[in-house]
Design a protein around this ligand. Sequence first.
Ligand SMILES: C[S@@+](CC[C@H](N)C(=O)[O-])C[C@H]1O[C@@H](n2cnc3c(N)ncnc32)[C@H](O)[C@@H]1O
Length: 300
Amino acid sequence: MLTQGADKRMFCGNMTDYVLGYTNSEQERLIRQAAKLAPITERFFREAGIGSGQRVLDLGSGMGDVAMLVARLVGPSGEVVGVERDTNSIARARARAAAAGLRNVSFLNTDVNNIVSSQPFDAAVGRFILMFLPDPVSVLRSAVGLVRPGGVIAFQEPSWAAMLALGSGLSLWSRTRHLIHETLLRSGAHREMGLALYRVFQEAGLPAPEMHLEMPLGSDADFIRLTSDLLLSLLPLAEQHEVSLEELGSLDTLPDRICAEVVEANTVVSLIGVVGAWSRKSAAADSSRGEPAEIPESSA
Ligand SMILES: C[S@@+](CC[C@H](N)C(=O)[O-])C[C@H]1O[C@@H](n2cnc3c(N)ncnc32)[C@H](O)[C@@H]1O
């Protein structure tokens, strides 16, 4: 099937389930989370070498925040193509990019497993996408195949272990995070995709990536809601996988009770641990096929 959107050279195919769903409140949570993560993601992309004039592919765009951030980094002479399979998310991402006056970003309504482009990208990026895919290595390998030799591959994925290790003295906060973690675990989402990027990059044919971990810390109500609202988005899954939330009491008052606990302890809590991994596609090999591609050094 020929895809919609600006780039008619791309094609799309089948879909699978996405555990967080597409409710309005989850979309709003994603936007608020993206605002909190923006400085971390921007620093990471700059370090990885994303910059002016580049053509960049963003996998799993959601509300479009990563694509818009990259669109500002590459500037008017660059271009970003965001890939997202949910039609409503794409519509909102397009509207938000237009409202922000960004003309160098387009969104493609398709599955990340099925992207084809006749024009190479300078970079492929993504945030919190590989953790939801049944076969992240295969998707990454395909993305690498769309990037020119010497181009950048840069992904940010979560580490729940890092988050769970902090704040264990806060009882309600700990139980809330534990139940979110348990629900994600039973749903099959890869909670430790962050550290797994080291292996996933190499299995996709890339050199071992440069990596680091960052964790935003905070104590205000908006910050805490980013996590408690995640639990609300996961309610259908918690029910489906028989994760009982009874011990948390009323979910309506949960954010206020967690806030009170954090204030009482006069401490900060963490958002998800964000692991960044980046690498460059070899100038001498086509890693999408795992064999030498006879590409001259000068084209990198
Ligand atoms: C957690 S959101 C992340 C959005 C954005 N990258 C960010 O960090 O704000 C993951 C997004 O990936 C999309 N997604 C999941 N699986 C996908 C697939 N196979 N193909 C395309 N998009 C997918 C979901 O629809 C969702 O919008």
